[in-house]
Design a protein around this ligand. Structure first.
Ligand SMILES: *Cc1c(COP(=O)(O)O)cnc(C)c1O
Ligand code: SF4
Length: 700
């Protein structure tokens, strides 16, 4: 075998460069040697002759692992020691990060300098570790009785001579509490001739000894590397593999599957696949985490379990296994899982184990009840699901509740809701479900929760039912002398308009939210258009039409949070200046959802609204009075508009205000909370806690 060629040249001027045989070999494949030289000055190159011989073409998986690439100098994202190994280094050349095992670094040299190495900052640049340092580290192990497993690593420990290695192993074996010795090496893969019978015979004296070999690609499994592994396995040494997931090298299911199967056939058990660490100079090798998860998903079940490694990310906190999710839900009765083909199964739980260990009583389980937005079917009205919530909102609320230290169970309030609820045993529910079907649908989930005696956030059955019915809400407000426009309910178009009602009038469905059924034509100025619009509402929304006097002044919405002394958040004003001339200046469906959408950069909201102190007090008082007489709790958003006398009139009471997290979507309740200095998470937790305090689950 030709001698390994050394990396750094003291004199870097191009004319003085003498090409080595490696350079020549790479140039034959069309390498840019000048570029390689530049990279080598920062990150040395070393390629064993054998490994060089595995290259079939430029940029193939073997090449990428060992030949310097200009990309290494372009990495602006990463830092040198993301694993913070320096911090865990108690004695030089020893990393003690886990309770019962340590990493003992016995060589700073490697047979090859892998371009993606996690210890890129060190390899090939530091002095060889001295035997004195190693002895000092072994003394540490001797003093720490908790260490039962020593992982001998580097660099590459097999760059040491057999004699040096034996001294180290003998020393470790003389420590009674050291049970397992492991060697981590890449040499059987990159320089298999180093694995001699003599070496194996020496190693076998120190059993139980394990070796983990770093393999990354099926092309590395050759007659030579196979023989090296056999030599070790024949010495009774169990072999494992470690692989780094590398873009362009092994980031596909096909390659990884071939690799793990071939490893098993040369008696190497796949052990870990590492997500490539965010180390400076290796960004071009990094894949997204999904790639690894997907590969694992396509291995498990599709090939022998013996071939399946653990996919891990390594960080300052140690290795963390990342695996595809097979568990969908765990309930006290059963576990719901999917298999490798994504078929769903349930498996009975053991009640005893569950009640003793899995249900941690300190951590309350919060059910999150919601209705998920979907596209309307062909025979359904276009706005059928516009009150429902997007998965992004549900997810943001889930995370916010979790940030308060709770466990969250998602409960979609569809027709299986009762069955799900029975199975999950939640302590409290955070309710944003709008309900399905019927005029009082917002009260469905509260009613079911009441039935099961499960406390929940937000207003109760009666309030939800009343506030979804505008005429009922207005009757109660009028009874309490809270200003709201005069109105008349139309069950059909034959009814006569009461003389007391003066045009212009506005026509709305009696039981809808989110401006449904209110469009640009809803504002009417004469009998003819009134009749037309009443017909539209009755026909399209199958409910009574509410006709009320139009308030032509400014429009506000007031968010209220809490109980006993509810808090009024900064008032939101709805502005209409951005609308085209022909669009009426009120909160119609078009205004709310079409002229205001995330792609449209206009901000149709001003918060806090610019109000005189007198008007602000007046608006706040009316909103609070409405909140109180209607029996609202925890949170609510009340829409008001100034009439021609400048008096704020209550238009609508929203007991389930929208909670969209993205500020660009101008969800009004969150906007008011943001203006009050709250974060989204704080807002959700404040609603949750208001409910929990009210129900006696939490102290004020
Ligand atoms: C990987 C590693 C070990 C060994 O971990 P296992 O999961 O037992 O293989 C020990 N110490 C450090 C610092 C490590 O990075
Ligand atoms: S053998 Fe291991 S330690 Fe050495 S350069 Fe390669 S990856 Fe890094």
């Amino acid at each position: 075998m030709r001698k390994i060629i050394l990396n750094q040249k003291k004199d870097c001027e191009p004319h003085s460069v003498k090409y080595t045989s490696i350079d020549e070999h790479l140039m034959n494949f069309g390498a840019d040697i000048k570029e390689i030289e530049r990279v080598k000055r920062k990150y040395p190159m070393k390629i064993p002759h054998y490994f060089l011989g595995l290259i079939k073409e430029k940029e193939d998986p073997i090449w990428k692992q060992c030949v310097p690439s200009i990309e290494e100098l372009k990495d602006v994202y990463n830092i040198e020691d993301p694993l913070r190994e320096e911090k865990h280094t108690r004695v030089s050349c020893l990393v003690h990060k886990y309770p019962d095992r340590v990493l003992l670094l016995v060589s700073s040299k490697c047979a090859m300098y892998c371009r993606f190495c996690t210890r890129k900052r060190k390899v090939g640049r530091t002095q060889q570790i001295s035997m004195v340092e190693i002895f000092r580290a072994i003394d540490y192990i001797r003093e720490h009785k908790e260490v039962r497993d020593v992982l001998v690593s580097g660099g590459d420990p097999l760059t040491r001579t057999d004699r040096e290695l034996e001294i180290i192993l003998k020393e470790l074996r003389s420590i009674p509490h050291v049970d397992i010795i492991r060697i981590g090496t890449r040499i059987p893969c990159v320089q298999p001739s180093r694995i001699t019978k003599r070496l194996a015979n020496m190693l076998r004296k120190y059993h139980p000894l394990y070796i983990n070999i770093h393999f990354n690609h099926p092309m590395e499994i050759t007659e030579e590397s196979k023989k090296a592994c056999e030599t070790l396995a024949d010495a009774g040494i169990p072999l494992g593999s470690q692989t780094v997931l590398l873009k362009g090298v092994n980031d596909s299911v096909e390659v990884m599957k071939e690799l793990v199967q071939k490893l098993l056939s040369i008696r190497v058990k796949p052990y870990y696949v590492y997500q490539c660490d965010p180390v400076m100079g290796v960004e071009h090798f990094r894949t997204s985490i999904d790639v690894g998860i997907n590969i694992m998903k396509q291995l498990q079940g599709f090939t022998s379990g013996l071939c399946i490694p653990h996919f891990v990310i390594d960080g300052p906190g140690g290795k963390i296994p990342i695996s595809p999710q097979y568990v969908k839900e765990i309930t006290p009765e059963e576990i719901i899982v999917t298999n490798y083909l994504n078929d769903m199964y349930t498996y009975p739980n053991s009640h005893k184990v569950f009640s003793n260990e899995l249900i941690n009583k300190e951590r309350l389980r919060i059910g999150l009840t919601f209705n998920l937005k979907r596209d309307p079917a062909k025979n359904e009205r276009f706005d059928k699901y516009s009150e429902f919530d997007d998965i992004s909102t549900i997810d943001a609320i889930r995370k916010a509740i979790e940030s308060g230290g709770y466990e969250v169970v998602l409960l979609e309030a569809n027709l299986d809701f009762i069955e799900k609820l029975k199975k999950t045993r939640v302590d409290f529910v955070f309710n944003i479900a709008e309900g399905i079907n019927g005029d009082s649908r917002e009260s469905q989930v509260p009613a079911i929760l009441d039935m099961f005696n499960i406390p929940y956030s937000g207003s109760g059955v009666l309030t939800q039912a009343i506030t979804l019915t505008k005429s009922m809400t207005k009757d109660i407000l009028l009874y309490h002398n809270i200003p709201t426009p005069n109105y008349q309910l139309f069950k059909n178009t034959r009814q006569k308009l009461k003389p007391a009602l003066k045009f212009p009038l506005i026509v709305k469905p009696n039981c809808e939210g989110s401006s449904k059924g209110i469009n640009n034509n809803s504002l009417v100025f004469d009998d003819e258009s009134l009749t037309k619009q009443i017909k539209y509402v009755i026909n399209n929304y199958s409910q009574d039409a509410l006709v009320e006097e139009y308030c032509n002044g400014r429009e506000f919405t007031v968010s209220i949070l809490g109980n006993v002394k509810p808090k009024v958040l900064p008032i939101v004003e709805i502005t209409f200046d951005h609308l085209p001339e022909n669009i009426n200046k009120f909160d119609s469906y078009e205004v709310k959802w079409i002229y205001d959408n995330p792609k449209n950069p206009i901000d149709p909201i001003s918060c806090p609204a610019n109000l005189t102190p007198k008007l602000r007090k007046q608006v706040e008082k009316i909103a609070l009075d409405a909140y109180s007489v209607l029996g609202c709790v925890d949170c609510c958003r009340i829409d008001l508009r100034l009439d021609s006398n400048g008096i704020p009139n209550v238009l609508d009471v929203n007991t389930l205000p929208g909670l969209i997290p993205d500020p660009k979507q101008n969800s009004r309740f969150p906007r008011a909370c943001f203006a009050a200095g709250m974060t989204y998470n704080q807002m959700i937790l404040e609603i949750l806690h208001a409910g929990m305090i009210r129900c006696g689950l939490r102290n004020k």
